[in-house]
Design a protein around this ligand. Structure first.
Ligand code: FE2
Length: 483
């Protein structure tokens, strides 16, 4: 049977990762799953990975999967229209998995993991077949294909771009000529790039013919999967701030409890800045209604008790919350967690989760501060553009040593190692919806009017809006609670 299945993949030009073969042959319904993959039109992957196999296998089990998930029935749910089963599976999250040890700060493992994971993605591209280590680049002279992590990138006095790339074997300078097709690109420190090029005559530098990023494959936006649930995204609530928009929040609550559409809102994902925190920026104390962190979370707990009990809340920390600032951030825990009812699920930042068959990548978005100050066309008004740059690089926060502190974990949790259906961020307090190569992009507004800090930095928020996605149809829209 294995041979027949492998033959069918080969006929359709689908390459298989050895672990994918393993996973496929272990499935009780391997032939059915293979069939589903082969007949998935443009969605079918060029290279089938183990994760792809599991995803297709779960899809076949009715969407959200049965083997790995915990199904939770809320007590005393008021909604009687359909029985509520919350189906949130956390796929990747630092919570409980941190490997940072004592005072030993060792970033080597983090960057090695980043390099090897993204290099693997690059090596699956047809234009980068046969990647060689940098140490061999100087011996081969032409038709060079290699990958490296950016040490430095600068503009030469003649207007070309010189990038220094490094892998585990060596370093090399790569010249991108001005007026070439990659002219005007920004190469971020610590991002992983693929290079196609030839060695210069003196053998000192590589003349780039092309610079290749891992990118994401083109897919259709969420094909219907039969779910009738809606997920809402409520970011940057900032409880405790004197600019919290109470009137607008009450309007949102009234809609949630009273509108017919809201009866299908079974999940609310909150991508960070749940409270305003203490001492986050200079002069914040003048803008606090509540100046005690625990009291802020107590009020948040009271506030979310108002939510209908058919809704599961998924809470993630941001840079204002009471966890370490270095990313990835673990979930809120201890006394703070104990303040909340069982309908609240706590996750880390970032977090990959699957809700009723849809993969959601939620990230607070602190690294937008670095993207916006490094890449020419990016700004705080259009965070969806920074999100596209993250997807192209398959990394949420590549720059080390900028405004986004990174923790020296042994595994890089900021790598975008699977392509989500929905990618949601917050942090910049605007409401934007977009789509990039089949991925739904959402920046999930805020519940705070413009702060003095934002005024000083000329940032105009777009608060009191709730983006929603119908998990069955993929339809996406915004409810406005400003008036
Ligand atoms: Fe915020």
């Amino acid at each position: 049977m294995e041979k027949t299945i492998l033959g069918a993949f080969s006929e359709k030009g689908i390459l298989l990762d050895p672990r994918a073969v393993d996973a496929l042959t272990k499935l009780p319904n391997a032939a059915e799953c293979a069939d589903r993959i082969i007949n998935d039109g443009d969605n079918r992957p060029l290279v089938l990975t183990e994760e792809d196999v599991l995803r297709y296998a779960l899809d076949g089990d009715g969407g959200a999967g049965t083997a790995r998930e915990a199904v939770v029935q809320p007590e005393g749910a008021r909604k009687q229209i359909t029985p509520v089963e919350w189906r949130v599976i956390v796929l990747k999250d630092i919570t409980g998995n941190s490997t940072c040890v004592g005072n030993v700060i060792d970033f080597a493992k983090l960057f090695n993991d980043r390099y090897s994971t993204i290099k693997k993605m690059l090596s699956k591209r047809r234009d980068l077949a046969g990647l060689i280590p940098i140490t061999k680049v100087k011996k081969l002279k032409r038709d060079l294909r290699f990958a490296g992590i950016v040490n430095d990138s600068r503009t030469t006095k003649n207007g070309h771009t010189m990038i220094e790339l490094e892998d585990e074997t060596d370093k090399i300078q790569v010249l991108v000529m001005k007026d070439s097709r990659r002219d005007g690109e920004t190469y971020l420190k610590d991002e992983v790039l693929g290079v196609i090029g030839a060695l210069s005559k003196d053998g000192e530098i590589v003349m780039a013919k092309d610079i290749v990023r891992p990118g994401i494959p083109l897919r259709r936006v969420m094909t219907p999967n039969g779910s009738d649930s809606i997920v809402a995204f409520v970011s940057d609530i900032h409880i405790g701030s004197n600019t919290f928009l109470e009137k607008e929040w009450k309007r949102f609550m009234a809609w949630l409890k009273g509108s017919a559409v809201a009866e299908d809102v079974k999940y609310i994902v909150m991508p960070g800045d749940l409270v305003d925190g203490i001492g986050i920026y200079p002069g914040q104390e003048d803008e606090l209604e509540i100046d005690d962190l625990f009291d802020q979370y107590s009020l948040l707990a009271e506030t979310v008790k108002e939510f209908p009990d058919w809704v599961q809340l998924v809470m993630m920390p941001g840079n204002h919350d009471a966890v370490r600032l270095a990313e990835p951030q673990p979930a809120l825990s201890g006394d703070i967690k104990d303040l909340f009812d069982s309908n609240v699920r706590f996750v880390g930042n970032p977090c990959y989760m699957e809700i009723e068959g849809r993969t959601i990548l939620a990230y607070h978005g602190k690294s937008m501060d670095d993207f916006n100050s490094s890449v020419r066309h990016l700004n705080y008004t259009n965070p969806q553009e920074a999100m596209k740059e993250m997807l192209k690089r398959r990394h949420l926060a590549p720059i080390y040593g900028g405004k986004t502190p990174l923790a020296p974990e042994q595994k890089d949790y900021m790598v975008i190692d699977r392509v989500p259906d929905i990618f949601v961020t917050g942090h910049v307090h605007v409401c934007r919806i977009d789509e990039y190569r089949g991925v739904r992009l959402i920046n999930a507004s805020a519940w705070q009017s413009q702060t003095a800090f934002q005024r000083m930095h000329n940032q105009m928020p777009d608060p009191a809006r709730v983006p929603l996605v119908h998990l069955g149809t993929g339809e996406c829209w915004v409810e406005d609670f400003t008036s």
